[in-house]
Structure formats: C-alpha cells, structure tokens
Design a protein around this ligand. Sequence first.
Ligand SMILES: Cc1cc2nc3c(=O)[nH]c(=O)nc-3n(C[C@H](O)[C@H](O)[C@H](O)COP(=O)(O)OP(=O)(O)OC[C@H]3O[C@@H](n4cnc5c(N)ncnc54)[C@H](O)[C@@H]3O)c2cc1C
Length: 632
Amino acid sequence: MKTVEEYYDVVVVGAGHAGCEAALAAARLGCETIIFTVSMNSVALMPCNPNIGGSSKGHLVKEIDALGGEMGKNIDKTYIQSKMLNKSKGPAVHSLRAQADKDAYSMTMRYTMQNTDHLTLRQAEVTELIVENGQVTGVKTFSGAIYHAKAIVLATGTYLKSRCLYGEVVNYTGPNGLQAANYLSQSLKDNGIELYRFKTGTPARIDKRSVDFSVMEEQFGDEKIVPFSFTNKEEDIKREQISCWLTYTNEKTHEIIRNNLDRSPLYSGMIEGTGPRYCPSIEDKVVRFADKNRHQLFIEPEGEYTNEMYVGGMSSSLPEDVQYEMYRTVKGLENVKIIRNAYAIEYDCINPNQLKSTLEFKTIASLFSGGQFNGSSGYEEAAAQGLVAGINAALKCLGKEQIILDRSQAYIGVLIDDLVTKENHEPYRMMTSRAEYRLLLRQDNADMRLTELGYQIGLIDKVRYDKFLIKKQQIAEEKERLNHCLIGANKTVQALLEANGSTPLKTSSNLAELLKRPELDYYCLAPIDPERPELDDDVIEQVTIDLKYEGYITRQLKQVEQFKKLENKLIPEDIAYEDVQNLRTEAIQKLNAIRPHSIGQASRISGVSPSDISVLLVYLHQLNYRKGEKSE
Ligand SMILES: Cc1cc2nc3c(=O)[nH]c(=O)nc-3n(C[C@H](O)[C@H](O)[C@H](O)COP(=O)(O)OP(=O)(O)OC[C@H]3O[C@@H](n4cnc5c(N)ncnc54)[C@H](O)[C@@H]3O)c2cc1C
C-alpha cells in the first residue's frame, strides 16, 4: 500500500479549544498548518458546561482576544446569555460570563477555520510521533500516512486512552460517545514523556419539556452587554437572551447519594484518574460538605435549537438508576427526562513540568503542547495555552524569538508558570486568587497589557492596532485633563456633591480628585465638566479605574518592579546545578527537574529555599564575572 506523505510547517493534533487557537495562530502567521481531529463534529466541542468565561476565566478570554486569538470573537457570535459577575466587588474580580449555544459555537469556529488561509482541517487519528535525534519531524496517522512538519502542537484534551464511567458501566470512548484516541499515549511514552491519568466529570442533560420552571428562580442576563472581544461594541452583538434557572438539591437528594456511594466508581475505586478539587462531583460535595443541607443547581440551556438543559452543579458518575432517582428529588425536576447520563471521564495527559515556559518540551525540540493535555481543566485555560503554543510553534518555524508571558503581564502567564513550575497532581483550574498582581491583570485592561505584543507578533492587524493606539491615547489624555481641570467650591459643585451624598468641598480641587470619591462616578460629574470630550464607555471605564485605584495600582506596580528584577535574572540553559557549591541536594534535584529559565521562576519551585536562591545568585554572579574576564 502506498503511504501518503504530506509536508507542512505546523501540525496541530486536536481541534478542541486549545488546538483551534494554536492552528489559527500558526496559519495567520503564515505557516502552512494542518489540524487533526478524530471527528469533524468535535471542533471546539463543549462537552461540559455551556458557558465561556466566569471568575478568572473571563480574564483569560479577554487576554486571548487582546493577543489576537479567536475565542472572544467566537462567543460574541454565539452567546445566548451574557452576565458580568462580581459587579458589586472591585474591578479586579469583575468577570464576564456568557452562556453559549454549543452547536453554534462549534460550527462557527469550524467555519472560521475552514475559511482561514494556510489552514487545513483533517479528520484522522494521530497514532505516533516521529522524533529524530531529539527533534520532532512529523506524525503518523491510523492509516499509516505521514505528515512531516517543522513544529508540532499536541492538544489532545480528554481523548487519550479515554474511558467514560457511570456506575458499573464503562465506555471506551471520548466525550459524548466520540471515538477515543488509543495509540498516541504509547508513542509518547516511547519518547520518554511522563504521563498522568486525570479525570473529570459532567452532569446529566435533561429535556426542557420535562422541567417545571415555575418553582425555580429565573436567572436573567444583563441589560447592558459587554462584548468579550475588544473588536466588538455592544450594538454589534446585542440580541435576545435566554434565561437560566436556579434550584437546589435537598436532604432527600443527599440521602440517595450517601446510600449509593459504594456504587459510585469514584468511591468504589474503579476510577484511577485524579479529578479537579475545584469542580467537585455531587458525590464529593455531599461527602465533603456534609453539613450543607442543599447545593445550588443552575439549569442552563445548551442552545437555541435544542431542548437539552445542563444541570450545573450536579456532575456525577453514579449508576443510571441512581441518577434518575436523585435528579427527581430536585424541586422542578420531579418528572425529569434524562437525555444524556452524567458520567466521569478518565484520560491520559502529561506532567507539565516537562515543558518550558514557551510550552515547548524540554527533551523534544519543536514539540509544543496546550490544553487539558497539559493537565489543566476548562475551555478558557485550554484556549489560552493553545494560543501561546501555536504562536511559539510558528515563531520557531519562522526563526523568530518565542514569547513568554510572565505573571505580572497576564493570567495566561500565571497559568503557564504554575503548570510548568509547580507540582500539579490534579487538573489545574484558574482562579483570581492565583494571580498575585490581579489588580493590574483586570479583564477590562487586557488590551492595554497585550495588544502591543499581539501586533509585534503579527496576529493583530494594523487597522485594529491603530484603533488601540487611539484608545490608549484617549485614556492618557483624559486622565491628564481631569487632573488639570480645577473645580471651585461653588454653589453648582456643592449642590452636585450633596445630590450624590458626597461631602462638600472646603477648597478648590480638580475633577480627578472628585472622581476618586467612591460615591461619585464619571457620568455624574458631567454637569460640572462641560468641556469633556465624547468618549466610549470602555475608555471611561479605564480612566475611572486608573484614578479610583491609583494608590493600590502604584503599590502593585512597585511590587512588580521587584518581581521583574528576579524574573530578568536569566539562568543559562546548560547550567550544572551539581557545580553550585552549598546548594542543597533537594534543591539540585528540583532545579534539574524543572530547569527554570530565571531566578524568579527558580524561587517559585517548591523545595527550593530562599538560601538556595542566594547561593545561586552568587554562583551566577561569579559565572558572569569569569565570562567578563575571559571576554576582556
Ligand atoms: C466529561 C467532561 C467533563 C468536563 N468537565 C469540566 C468541568 O467541570 N470544568 C472544566 O473546566 N472543564 C471540564 N471539562 C473539560 C473541558 O472540556 C476541557 O477543558 C476542554 O474541552 C479542553 O480543551 P482541549 O482543547 O484541551 O481539548 P478537547 O476539547 O478535549 O479537544 C481535544 C481534541 O483533540 C482531538 N484528538 C485527541 N486525540 C487525537 C488524536 N490522537 N488524533 C487526532 N485528534 C485527536 C479530539 O478530536 C478533539 O478535537 C470536561 C470535559 C469532559 C469531557
């Protein structure tokens, strides 16, 4: 049989949320790219919750968009409800979340990819990596075809040797009954790649017609729609929204679960994989939070043209009969019809400590990876890594310097640094508490932090870049203007302050000072600010936050300066830690395992102490000194 042999610049294995971003980025940077999937029906599939964004995940989507990725645009085209979470809290934790029409989301992403130059979609299972002298050169598919490439991105998600379980039932498939990928894991092991076995779970899908919504609390979307993409305005994407519904489990539900724990593969030991602590199954919730007499459940529509509803908060792998029993104890679900069972899925993924901060493997050159395959969990976490892996695979092909986002630049930087530096023994989920500089890493200013880089890389075009520069200019000018716009303590001003419950001025001030008052906002100051220019809401939002939180922001910027000092102290790739006198054995082992690229990253490795860092700093200083002597 004649073997098919094809040649590409970049091969992407997997068309999930990571693979799509990786392939689009590589193709848009001009690399001839092919992306593989086991099924053309699983492109950007959402096998679990029907929403994009939410706490910290909204930040990732905004950052993906600011860099030139696709997820933000795709959800703006296919959302069915939009909500800004945590509005009552500070701007650092404001998080946009949109309910997606899952089918429309997948179809729209597939359509965008099918109409992107330099990009080919291919339905085929990749079964083998081709590695020569520590360099990846191609992949082989189930049919034996060979696809040569200069760089490869692995983004296989939850499909590698996957199996789906509920009760005693085990299906050797991927999500939604799709084909699993059963061969690549062995090839990865043969190439010295360390694999983990992880698990996650999903709730049942129920028939809308069998739900009694009259006894549930309707959850509406926001009146004012905030787009995920900085390229969109509210009027571009405004549409009618579909509600979600809130109900609760109860003692009866919990009793049924407790009585059947021995039949849950999670508790019977059938499941070997490690699950996400922060996305617990209902079994875990009932066991871990035994004092709680009810748990929130969000009944969410899966789309406009389907009656399937997602029971958010009740993922499970209990047997089918128990599922019927427990769901029917829930208020409003007494007569529920289950369309798809809840289940748990186990799959192979890697220990991400094997990756550099560029998401390239340390031991196999030009092999990159992203998404659930890297031990993370969530569409947004996957897409963020896929984008960086795709960009770096392309930049490697183009002989250009790869990008590393650090913890002070982006949530994406926090995500990747945590994955490649810290020990992760369960699926990693992003949270705002993980980002030490979260006041600077807000979702609203993602473009101010990343669009310049997106333009330099080549993913942001000139038109968009010019609009970004205008916005940046307007923000700076308006802050300047407000700081120099003096306000006297006259009758009009005092009346306005009184009307807004603000203390009267004793002496003259300026508009910026007034805006810093928590009870005043930019809009209510309009009557005493006749000269103000016509500005968009997103510009006003930036100006307001920068002025109101000026003190905190300045303090955090100082912390970042300290952070950068250690982050910019690079460690030679070929350093022999055994040669560093007085470095403790444990530190030598950990540093050799992670091979950090900077002192900053080294300081975040568990088991590397501050005194180890001081020893290392002295050693590097001597090394540079000796190099300096030699060069003289
Ligand atoms: C049952 C279930 C429950 C989940 N629950 C949650 C949750 O509660 N919270 C949460 O945050 N996330 C959850 N997730 C995870 C979420 O779905 C993933 O995080 C996200 O889809 C990961 O995106 P990805 O691009 O890494 O991989 P995926 O979306 O899994 O896509 C992988 C792609 O790789 C392709 N592929 C794999 N192997 C091969 C191969 N050898 N050859 C060719 N193509 C291949 C597949 O066809 C697919 O296109 C759940 C997932 C599942 C399946």
